[in-house]
Ligand binder design. Structure first.
Ligand code: XCZ
Ligand code: ZN
Length: 258
């Protein structure tokens, strides 16, 4: 099979051939149906501490654009549904070719124009790779933020301004060291959905504690257009790099809000 992608001949419907877990019972993304979620008063607030990065890259890996600091940067996530500290690994995006599609998770069937994933790994593992392979839903913790079109997002501007420099697959740039990742996050990380799921791209490992925030972040139309100018490994616009929702099976989606 050609390397996996989102086209007709290598998209999500094909992934099960190389990754049979694609048809597993704990796959992501899912449609977050408000009538079926359950408030959990035991969910604590989440704390994310992102420290300045000395040498971080912003890159086009052929299926997304991704911010990746050097390993062991010291940024970490605790609280919420998490029992231990998780180390920050990278963030990346999924988006559509128009404003009616692009997010991976949906809310009552609604898609947002894009979704931002902050990936963290369970610090009881020696590395990110070990955490992915650790088995069970506590290997990674991924924060999902919906993006909607509105005001310019000043915190993401240093990243969206770099997009023209990583237009082609396999390109990367160094991110200015004064980039403040903490500023991307809302002041308080409240009101989220959480459930046990998987990576949404191959290898689709079922190792993720998903934490999807109810409140979307805003980006400007110009920032959305920047994403839509990115080219994938097949030389086509990367937009549409989202997996459709997977069956919930017998999983519960909990909320930190009523
Ligand atoms: C690190 C990683 C790999 C694959 N997929 C994801 S995702 N889209 O589930 O966050 N993250
Ligand atoms: Zn993702």
């Amino acid at each position: 099979m050609a390397p996996w992608g989102y086209e007709k001949d290598n998209g999500p419907a094909h992934w099960h051939k190389d990754c049979p877990i694609a048809n597993g019972k704990n796959q992501s993304p899912i449609d977050l149906i408000n009538g079926e979620v359950k408030y959990d008063s035991g969910l604590k607030p989440l704390t994310a501490k992102y420290v300045p990065f000395s040498d971080a890259k912003f890159l086009n890996n052929g299926h997304s654009v991704q911010f990746q600091p050097s390993a062991g940067n010291g940024s970490e996530l605790t609280g919420g549904p998490l029992a231990v500290k998780y180390n920050f690994e990278q963030f990346h995006f999924h988006w559509g070719n128009n404003d009616t599609e692009g997010s991976e998770h949906r809310v009552d069937g609604k898609m947002y124009p894009a979704e931002l994933h902050f990936v963290h790994w369970n610090s009881t593992n020696p590395s990110f790779k070990d955490a992915v392979g650790s088995g069970g839903p506590n290997g990674l913790a991924v924060l999902g933020f919906f993006l909607k079109v509105g005001a310019e997002n000043a915190a993401l501007k240093p990243i969206t301004d770099l997009i023209p420099k990583v237009k082609d697959a396999g390109t990367s740039v160094t991110v200015p060291s004064n980039f403040d990742m903490q500023a991307i996050l809302p002041a308080t990380l409240t009101d989220y959905y959480t459930y046990d799921g998987s990576l949404t791209t191959p290898p689709l490992a079922e190792c993720v504690k998903w934490i999807v925030f109810k409140q979307p972040l805003e980006v400007s139309a110009a920032q959305m257009e920047a994403f839509r100018s990115v080219i994938n490994r097949d030389g086509k616009p990367m937009g549409g790099n989202y997996r459709p929702p997977c069956p919930l099976h017998d999983r519960a989606v909990k909320t930190s809000f009523k």
